[in-house]
Design a protein around this ligand. Structure first.
Ligand code: ADP
Ligand code: MG
Length: 729
């Protein structure tokens, strides 16, 4: 599928079939997505598309892993051969002034054009091929053989060129689709078996030898190696992976053999998410793309109407020369071809999106590319975005009878399922201090996004009486294994009690009306370090506080500086963390203290974005997807960092930086700006040249060959210009 007109034609024909409920043809991926009626027949559908001269391969339902059938290299395209011979015949014809040679040129060069025109005409679809055919027939009728041959040959060449450049722009996307290997070597019952990646289940262990691609997302269980993640994230240097590290489907294992415990089914791997996002990108067309589509819809019929008018009216009214005006009308038909105009935006967008994807920058559609180019204000999340997100516990203070270790143990128990950086820091610290986990049972945990966690646990009252304290603590009891689910007698023989544990910000604890008296001074002391401080409560009693420290990203200051120098008007910081931590970070990265907002819940971040959008129109939010997904969605464009690790970020963000690098934010904006600029140049170029030729044609100066040469020249320029946007950002 080469051009906008092919896509339109397929859509026109397929949507008219009885079998079809809905159809969407995707030019960029050369795919169509069809919803069949209940009694719909896919074979009949494929037949209808084949009858139009296309090849069809069925990919099945929701197929993301299958690449479209690989295309032959463009040099082997029979159309190129036809056009090539056509050009030679035309040139020889021009030299010898021989009509038979012109006929050969027209027949060969025009073969595919005429064939397309015929099938379009049969379906009453007035497209470019039909117009060109009429122009060529008309030129032959009035004996303008040279002109007829030029029109046909140049038009066919322009079409081929469009197809070839579309293929080129698609290649990056196709490469992505072929990233994840279809087969995996799985350890089952001690032996290695080859399985289709779709048949591998969670907790299977796959073996990846050096030089092989990782087939599924998982955690390294044994072995050590360097993994080249560049196909997915754009990182140029291979990343060292050892036991416990995460590896992604589609990345390349370089030196050692790895055993990987699969954590996600193939359909849920990071690369599958990326592919789905790319597929959906077509639905998020940019404003300019939609404008051109609307424009092209009336442009062609309008110019055709003018052509008819020119052919008929002047001779009838003013007694003009029939031959003369008929010729001018033919020129109009050529001008009616919106080729360069129609391809100007998609070729630019597709090549920008594909180039960006190759670079680990996933942009979900031209719309967001255009938004990136228009951004006037930015909002940054703090933890995990401007900071590394590698928190570590710095100090723990217990109240009264609670030791630091007790506090950590209680907190870790509540946090064990949380993905938050603080949770990981706390759990890591207990491992470090060799505090073993208690044998209690979790009843339910509730996350309070941007604030903390609330855990309800079952306490076994039989054993854990700790001497001296005189109350039940959560402590591990190695001798007491209470299996609450199965051992019902045991269960009944001793008392159970529910306890509620909170770990979180001061705001969260205040909501639960916790009394801070005993630890208030300590809390302020820890907070004054500019750290993140969380309180731990048990049954509404504050039992201790934990201070966590994070490191500012080394690149944060320079990145913000770069953004300011690009003319971004305001940069804000939004965080759920406390005001002192926020202010101290703002100070170290050089942010205006008036643009710092602390103590926010996720919905407060959304409110701030809305205010900024009202003021600036185009506002980006940069976050990591943890507690800021609503804000990412509420921004004109939500940019998620380190998306290779977090599915939420990948799903909700409009732009995902696969690699966890802040410096990519300015380059994404630069890419947006340059793409918008190129699209604008292309549209002006295409429209401008059309207008000039239109003027010349009405004045009777332009000839057929000028019109088609101008069109082809414009297509060439626009394509070359558009492909520029795919260069490395
Ligand atoms: P930021 O807005 O800086 O990225 P978050 O919105 O993720 O931070 O979290 C805001 C604050 O909420 C954290 O600084 C922390 O105090 C608290 N918090 C969030 N989740 C948890 C959790 N699982 N455990 C403890 N505290 C948490
Ligand atoms: Mg965050």
């Amino acid at each position: 599928m080469d051009c906008g007109s092919c896509a339109a034609k397929i859509e026109h024909v397929v949507s008219a079939l009885d079998d079809v409920e809905t159809v969407r043809v995707d030019l960029a991926l050369a795919r169509m997505k069809v919803e069949l009626r209940d009694d719909g027949d896919a074979t009949r559908l494929a037949g209808a598309v084949r009858a139009l001269g296309f090849t069809v391969a069925e990919l099945g339902e929701g197929a993301t892993r299958h690449a479209p059938a690989p295309q032959k290299p463009i040099w082997q395209d029979p159309r190129l051969a036809a056009v090539g011979i056509g050009v030679v015949a035309m040139v020889l014809g021009a030299i010898t002034q021989s009509v038979p040679l012109y006929v050969v040129a027209i027949a060969l060069g025009g073969f595919y054009v005429f064939r397309n025109a015929l099938s379009s005409a049969r379906h009453l679809h007035l497209d470019i091929n039909v117009l060109m055919t009429i122009a060529v027939l008309g030129a032959m009728v009035i004996g303008e053989w040279f002109e007829a041959a030029t029109v046909v040959v140049l038009f066919a060449f322009a079409e081929w060129l469009e197809g070839a450049s579309m293929t080129r722009a698609r290649r990056a996307i196709r490469d992505l689709m072929e990233l994840a290997p279809p087969m995996a070597r799985v350890l089952r019952g001690g032996a290695e078996v080859e399985l289709g990646a779709d048949d591998v289940v969670i907790d299977d262990v796959v073996v990846v030898r050096p030089g092989e691609r990782v087939p599924l997302d998982g955690l390294v269980r044994a072995g050590e190696s360097d993994v080249d993640q560049s196909p997915l994230t754009g990182e140029s240097v291979p990343v060292h992976k050892a036991v416990g590290d995460e590896v992604f489907a589609g990345t390349v294992n370089t030196v050692g053999t790895l055993e990987v415990r699969v954590t996600k089914p193939a359909s849920d791997s990071t690369i599958a998410h990326v592919l789905r996002a790319i597929e959906q990108a077509q639905e998020n067309r940019s404003e300019s793309e939609r404008f051109i589509e609307r424009f092209a819809r009336w442009y062609t019929p309008a110019v055709v109407a003018i052509a008819v008018g020119i052919a008929v009216l002047p001779p009838l009214l003013g007694g003009g020369d029939w031959h003369e005006w008929f010729y001018r009308a033919l020129v109009m038909l050529v001008i009616a071809c919106p080729c360069a105009l129609v391809i100007a935006t998609p070729i630019t967008t597709v090549s920008a999106l594909a180039g960006a994807a190759r670079d680990g920058l996933l942009i979900k559609g031209g719309r967001y590319l255009e938004e990136l180019g228009a951004i006037r204000a930015l909002v940054f999340d703090k933890t995990g975005t401007l900071t590394e997100g590698l928190l570590s516990v710095h100090e723990v203070v217990g109240s009264a009878a609670w030791t630091a270790d007790d506090v950590l143990e209680v907190a870790a128990f509540a946090e064990q399922q949380s993905e938050h950086y603080i949770a990981r820091a706390i759990v890591r610290e207990t491992v470090h201090r060799e505090i073993s986990p208690p044998a209690h049972r979790m009843r339910r945990v509730e996350a309070h996004p941007g604030a903390g966690v609330e855990a309800h646990i079952d306490l076994c009252v039989k054993a854990p009486m700790i001497a001296g304290i005189g109350r039940i603590k959560i402590a591990h009891q190695h001798d007491h294994n209470c299996d609450h689910d199965h051992d019902l007698d045991e269960h009944a023989s001793h008392a159970h009690e529910e306890a509620r544990i909170l770990v979180g910000t001061r705001t969260l604890l205040e909501r639960f009306q916790i009394d801070f008296t005993g630890l208030d001074d300590e809390w302020h002391r820890l907070e004054s370090h500019g750290s993140t401080v969380v309180g731990v409560t048990r049954d509404d009693e504050l039992i201790g506080i934990i201070e966590c420290r994070d490191t500012v990203r080394a690149t944060a200051r320079d990145t913000l500086e770069a953004l300011r120098s690009m003319g971004i008007a305001e940069i804000h910081l939004c965080t759920g963390d406390n005001a002192i931590a926020a202010a101290s970070l703002a100070d170290s990265v050089g942010l205006d203290p008036n643009h710092v907002h602390a103590g926010l819940f996720p919905e407060d971040k959304v409110a701030i974005l809305e205010t900024l959008r009202a003021k600036f129109g185009h506002v980006a939010m940069v976050g990591d997807g943890i507690n800021d997904a609503p804000a990412l969605a509420a921004a004109s464009v939500g940019i998620a960092m380190g998306a290779a690790g977090t599915d939420v970020a990948l799903e909700t963000a409009h732009v995902a930086l696969m690699e966890d690098r802040l410096e990519r934010v300015p380059s994404a904006i630069r890419l947006g700006r340059s793409t918008v600029r190129i699209i604008r140049q292309n549209v002006i170029l295409a429209l401008g040249i059309k207008a000039v030729v239109f003027g010349l044609a009405t004045a009777g100066v332009a000839t057929l060959w000028m019109a088609i040469a101008a069109d082809m020249g414009t297509s060439l320029l626009v394509i070359a210009n558009g492909l520029r946007s795919g260069r490395r950002a």
